[in-house]
Design a protein around this ligand. Structure first.
Ligand SMILES: Cc1cc2nc3c(=O)[nH]c(=O)nc-3n(C[C@H](O)[C@H](O)[C@H](O)COP(=O)(O)OP(=O)(O)OC[C@H]3O[C@@H](n4cnc5c(N)ncnc54)[C@H](O)[C@@H]3O)c2cc1C
Length: 392
């Protein structure tokens, strides 16, 4: 049994703390709070949950496991965190081999998923908010949807506490406490030390700022998110408006059906703006709003002038190849980093804790090869923007 300090109580930190506690470690979870932290990537009304991952079978398989467990969590917590309303990835031209949508379609078909191809006027009639002239192909994955992420994280933190995780809410990691290339714990910004055998940094977009040497691996980027109040809400109810990605690899636009507050969330992701998560520039720009209006008027004409009732800049922690980074630091014994999920990590919440705990305990897990320590992957390696764009 080890003493493990987990820094950051977003989805990575909370699930890691729970799993490590279940594996009988002594666990401290540190976060400035209030929890769920309003600026955390995990603190949001919704996150897409889907198995469509192009030709990447490992993520598809992992998402399949996660979706089964999301359904189990719904029962276990007695709350509908996960809403299985379907997810569609659609495009303006016929999809072709090599396209994210086509490869997802093939992969899901081969693995026996309940899917539909979106290439007939008949299919589009069921989704009246969409401009029927514009989109002509795509894949609709039925056993997918979205998670109410903030609510889920709040419950996970409660669960962590009830299992005996020592929660240090209101405390801020300042630096590692290390000697002889070995981590002995952490130092808080008030100078207080917390001793531990192992330290897991799960601080999302804060990671490259808390551990500056990781700036070579991670980029913290801001991505705009908008909440709109439709004049015809019935057109955006989940049964007529599943979660979508519209030409996701080229436009970056995606969105969610009407939520419990009567709001439609539409967001854009792509290379983003590099900034610190605490930056005062963390505000949606006029240009981003203008781009949104253009997208809406062509794709959802009925939403073109809908008032924006809320906007935020959500922070990705991007790796250069778009894959997660869940690994032990080879140069600092006792340090594990769990970050870099480039805008697509939340859906894996039910399986993340297990993967992080396996990294902590140095257990065999084939995914840890994909998420390994890989300083050789550099910015501009060619895969970065391409991959990051298809993720949500
Ligand atoms: C716009 C946007 C859209 C997304 N959409 C999707 C989607 O549709 N589907 C999907 O699966 N994923 C999506 N994601 C990705 C998902 O949100 C992230 O993968 C996930 O939330 C990352 O969780 P985390 O725990 O690593 O980071 P965070 O949730 O950001 O948590 C980091 C925590 O670290 C804490 N922290 C900061 N500084 C310190 C300090 N000094 N000491 C201690 N703690 C500290 C913070 O307070 C915070 O609680 C999206 C992300 C964004 C930004």
């Amino acid at each position: 049994m080890a003493t493990v300090i987990v820094v950051g109580a977003g989805v990575n930190g909370a699930t890691a703390a729970i799993e490590l506690k279940k594996r009988r470690h002594k666990v401290a979870l540190v976060d400035p709070g209030p929890l769920p932290h309003p600026l955390a990537a995990s603190t949001d009304v919704s996150k897409a949950v889907r198995a469509a991952y192009g030709a990447d079978e490992e993520y598809t398989e992992l998402a399949e496991r996660a979706i089964k467990l999301w359904r189990k969590w719904n029962k276990e917590f007695g709350l509908q965190f996960y809403r299985e309303v379907g997810v569609m990835f659609v495009c303006q031209r016929e999809m072709k081999p090599g396209d994210f949508e086509y490869e997802s379609f093939k992969m899901l078909e081969n693995r026996g998923h309940k899917i539909e191809r979106m290439n007939s006027a008949q299919v589009w009639k069921r989704f009246p908010a969409w401009n029927p002239e514009l989109y002509r192909d795509g894949v609709l994955e039925w056993e997918a949807g979205y998670a109410e992420s903030e609510r889920a994280v709040a419950k996970l933190i409660e669960r962590a506490k009830s299992l005996g995780v020592e929660l240090h809410e209101g405390t801020r990691f300042s630096q590692l406490d290390e000697s002889d290339d070995r981590v002995k714990g952490i130092v808080l910004d008030n100078g207080q030390q917390i001793a531990g055998h192992l330290v897991v940094i799960a601080a999302g977009a804060w990671t490259p700022y808390l551990l500056p040497f990781t700036k070579n691996f991670f980029r913290a980027t801001g991505q705009p998110v908008f909440h709109l109040k439709p004049q015809q809400p019935e057109l955006f109810a989940a049964e007529r408006f599943p979660v979508f990605g519209a030409d996701i690899t080229t436009t970056g636009y995606y969105g969610f059906p009407l939520n419990r507050d009567g709001v439609v969330k539409i967001a854009n992701h792509g290379p983003g703006r590099e900034m610190s998560p605490d930056s005062p520039e963390r505000l949606v720009t006029r240009q981003e709003e203008q781009n949104l209006r253009e997208f809406l008027s062509s794709t959802f004409p009925v939403l073109a002038d809908a008032p924006i009732v809320y906007s935020r800049v959500c922070m990705y922690c991007d790796t250069h190849d778009g894959h997660f980074w869940i690994a032990r630091d080879p140069d600092r014994e006792g340090l594990i980093i769990a970050a870099g999920d480039s805008g697509h990590g939340f859906k894996f919440a039910p399986v993340l804790g297990e993967i992080i705990a396996d990294a902590v305990e140095e257990r065999q897990n084939p995914l840890l090869q994909k998420f390994r320590w890989r300083p050789e992957v550099r910015a501009g390696s060619g895969t970065d923007v391409a991959r990051a764009k298809e993720n949500l």
